[in-house]
Design a protein around this ligand. Structure first.
Ligand SMILES: Cc1ncc(COP(=O)(O)O)c(C=O)c1O
Length: 380
């Protein structure tokens, strides 16, 4: 039987290249600097209490796709609340960010569409483009000259889409949306922003577009996740009423899949409301991030910081990155080591994510242990 041969050969190669991955269950006493739970909402005690009082009325599953009978009032309320946060006419909630990107991009494209995509865009965007019938041009990371050169080359193509992460998940840097939107308008392109890591964090929680003082426009489609700063599960697409109406009718990954559980949507709704009402969590997140960055800088740790809660230390070598991660884990600190294919070869890195819930002690501990481990590695 070929299955075992195939799988074993592949696994051997993955291991030989230092790219073997396994899932880790963190002990409760480990301080987590790897989660995207930026606002510390995933274990929010107030939400847990609220669930108890509403549980009687909340279905645990949705039972069908939203176009059959899996659409509930709670999802309608959630979509309404997201539109308020994003200041858009309408929103559509779907199963996950991966589902959103792999459905949205094919729904908007055909053989005559040209997509311009940043080289560091998330894998779900890459897969969405692959699933679509569109042609693609990959522009150099946040390189506006390269983007414009490519747009110019295809200026006669009618259907153009520029797609970019708002905050890049493995770099932590921010797409220059003012410039990108300028080019989108100049060349008549639709602009899709994947704001998985910007929602709840940037622009007072509204997202990366608002961070730049931009307003939603008819040619802009914002996507975001409910699983990161929102501390729940699912994703959304926010745009004009017309675009959302079209997606409800045409987006295969929203149509041919069961709707999210009302219980999950309840959590998302509570947290989207909270993000709008209470800005203190975002303020604390910024303070924590600044504190860690300053201390790393003062201690000579070569950190990359772009004003988002995703900080990176480039190690380069895959094995060394893993060794540092494992040493930190022994010290009860978890920082994930990111290796190819998630990042380009030779740029394996520690990806440190800061959360509102980290204390000054947590930050000091990370700093001291990180410095110790990096010094050990440097000195052989
Ligand atoms: C930029 C970006 N887009 C999309 C996704 C996918 O979102 P989800 O985890 O909800 O599938 C992620 C998640 O890791 C992401 O970082």
């Amino acid at each position: 039987m070929w299955l075992d041969d195939f799988v074993n050969k592949e696994l051997e190669q993955i291991k030989r290249n230092g790219l073997y991955r396994k899932r880790i269950i963190l002990d409760n006493d480990v301080i987590d600097f790897s989660s995207n739970d930026y606002l510390g909402l995933k274990d929010n005690p107030e939400t847990k209490e609220k669930i108890k009082t509403h549980l009687e009325k909340l279905s645990l599953g949705s039972g069908a796709s939203t176009l059959i009978s899996g659409y509930y009032q709670i999802q309608e309320q959630l979509e309404h609340e997201i539109s308020k946060l994003k200041q858009t006419e309408s929103s559509l909630v779907v199963g996950s960010g991966y589902i959103a990107n792999t459905g949205l991009i094919p729904a908007l494209s055909d053989e005559d569409t040209m997509i311009f995509s940043d080289e560091y865009n998330h894998a779900s965007i890459i897969d969405g483009i692959r699933l679509s019938k569109a042609k693609k041009e990959i522009y150099k990371h946040i390189d506006m000259q390269d983007l414009e050169d490519k747009l110019k080359k295809y200026k006669n193509v009618y259907k153009k889409i520029i797609i970019t992460d708002g905050v890049f998940s493995m770099e932590g840097d921010i797409a220059p949306l003012k410039e990108i939107n300028f080019l989108a308008k100049k060349y008549g392109a639709v602009l899709i922003i994947d704001d998985a890591h910007g929602t709840g964090v940037m622009g007072e929680g509204r997202g990366t577009l608002y961070h730049f003082g931009l307003e939603p426009e008819d040619h802009i489609i914002q996507m975001g996740t409910l699983s990161k700063a929102v501390g729940s599960y699912g994703a959304f697409i926010s745009a004009t009423k017309n675009v959302i109406d079209y997606l409800v009718n045409k987006m295969r990954t929203a149509i041919f899949t069961t709707g999210l559980s009302p219980l999950q949507n309840f959590v998302s709704l509570e947290h989207i409301k909270l993000i709008q009402k209470n800005k203190s969590r975002i303020k604390k997140l910024i303070e924590n991030t600044e504190l860690l960055y300053q201390k790393m800088k003062e201690n000579g740790i070569p950190v990359n910081y772009f004003g988002t809660p995703i900080l990176t230390v480039i190690i380069g070598d895959e094995w060394k990155t893993l060794k540092i991660r494992d040493k930190l884990l022994k010290e009860r600190l978890f920082v994930q080591g990111i290796r190819p294919p998630t990042v380009p070869k030779g740029s394996s890195r520690l990806r440190i994510t800061v959360s509102t819930k980290h204390t000054e002690n947590d930050i000091n501990l990370l700093l001291n242990k990180l410095k110790k481990v990096l010094d050990e590695e440097k000195n052989g």
